[in-house]
Design a protein around this ligand. Structure first.
Ligand code: FES
Ligand SMILES: [Fe+2]
Length: 392
């Protein structure tokens, strides 16, 4: 083995695990779950373009308060509903005035005989069901007969006094901007990669991961009913020990223990949402005591907002953004050399592949609930100090 770059074979990536567009295996798996498509306030009286899993769609809210998510090309002759007008009963196409309700039914055709009385039942604007919870709007983009219940999360259902749940789309966790120009799995795998923390974050996460806390933790991974969980043990200077528990809830939910080491259960749930195969963003729902307090949790590499850093500062204080976007738009799996420290993401990939197979064979993937009461997702994630009660 000379190691010469001259001998590098043509690189390739695992499209099955990474690509999310319609008809791809992972795209099909992700479409079996409710995915966040916006903040509650994003559905309003003006049509809004959204891009989810490689599909361009129009989000709106009719005058009666119902959110709607529709295919952008009008089913009459294809005009973009982005230019439509929102009315009490739905969205009206700018071109010939067909009016569609929030579920795509055509309710008026003003220039057809009799307002389309005998025609409007024969067309339907393609649409997806949407639901609102935790300050977010969720869409189900999968086969209609496979629609699961919208999950609830134990962490967001039990509130302490003065707490309420808030949604956020400012990229908590990307380590940089709101929309990261790389594949979603690069970020999602990072959630099960706790051993990058004492190395990469040594430079900027603050005192909690340097010095005594920055020691390489003892890490254990295990699978559970919803995904993969990591336990990170550290002995602290003051004689206590810390067990930091982080979870990946399949297929793309992150339940990360507070990096500021807030004691006790985790405050937030995040969805690593693929915009397409080359871009992702994170929607977060969190228990907070003050409005807009989630965005204050964004990391500040070198003490500066990421957007304000110079090129040299990005080199001096690289963080999650630099590390993950730095892997390329879609990382070349053919060039990886996974070690013992990568066990968490190996387990995650394995579980995702099992779910890809389940969907291909017509079965439900992990965590799908259709019986009311069964849609509650439990969690053990948090920072559990030895002098406090920890989950069993
Ligand atoms: S193209 Fe929309 S009503 Fe004609
Ligand atoms: Fe990180």
């Amino acid at each position: 083995m000379t190691g010469s770059a001259y001998d590098l074979p043509e690189p390739s990536y695992d499209a099955e695990l990474t690509c999310v567009e319609r008809g791809t295996p992972m795209g099909e798996l992700l479409r079996r779950y409710w995915q966040p498509v916006g903040l509650t306030g994003d559905a309003a009286g003006r049509p809004r373009r959204v891009r989810i899993l490689g599909e361009d769609l129009i989000l709106f809210r009719d005058g009666r308060g119902n959110p709607g998510l529709v295919y952008p090309r009008c089913c009459h002759r294809g005009t973009d509903l982005y230019y439509g007008k929102i009315e009490a009963d739905g969205i009206r196409c700018c071109y010939h005035g067909w009016l569609f309700d929030a579920e795509g039914r055509c309710v008026e055709m003003p220039v057809e005989p009799n307002n389309g009385e005998s025609f409007k039942h024969k067309v339907r604007q393609p649409w997806y069901p949407v639901r609102e919870r935790y300050g977010l709007i969720f869409a189900y983009m999968g086969p209609p007969d496979r629609q699961p219940l919208l999950p609830r999360f134990e962490l967001l259902e039990t509130l302490d006094a003065e707490e309420f749940v808030e949604g956020d789309d400012t990229g908590i966790g990307t380590g940089g901007g709101d929309i990261a120009p790389c594949n979603w799995l690069q970020h999602y795998e990072n959630v099960m990669d706790p051993l990058h923390v004492p190395i990469l974050h040594d430079g900027f996460s603050g005192t909690q991961f340097v010095g005594p806390m920055g020691i390489i933790p003892e890490v254990r991974f295990e699978t559970f009913a919803y995904g993969v969980r990591s336990y990170q043990y550290r002995d602290l200077d003051d004689g206590r020990s810390l067990n930091r528990i982080t979870e990946t809830v399949l297929p793309n939910i992150r339940v990360v223990a507070s990096p500021r080491l807030v004691p006790g259960r985790t405050e937030s749930i995040g969805w690593t949402l693929p915009i397409d195969s080359s871009n992702y963003r994170i929607y977060t729902a969190a228990r907070v005591r003050e409005e807009k307090s989630i965005r204050g949790q964004r990391s500040k590499p070198g003490g500066k907002a990421w957007q304000d850093m110079t090129e040299q500062e990005h080199q001096d204080f690289p963080g999650d953004w630099e590390a993950q976007v730095g892997q390329g738009v879609i990382t070349y799996h053919s060039e990886e050399h996974l070690g013992a420290s990568d066990r968490g993401l190996i387990m995650l990939r394995k579980m995702l592949r099992t779910d890809l197979k389940a969907v291909a064979e017509g079965r439900d993937p992990t965590g799908i609930a259709r019986t009311p009461g069964k849609e509650l997702v439990p969690s053990a994630a948090g920072n559990w100090f030895s002098d406090e009660s920890a989950p069993a």
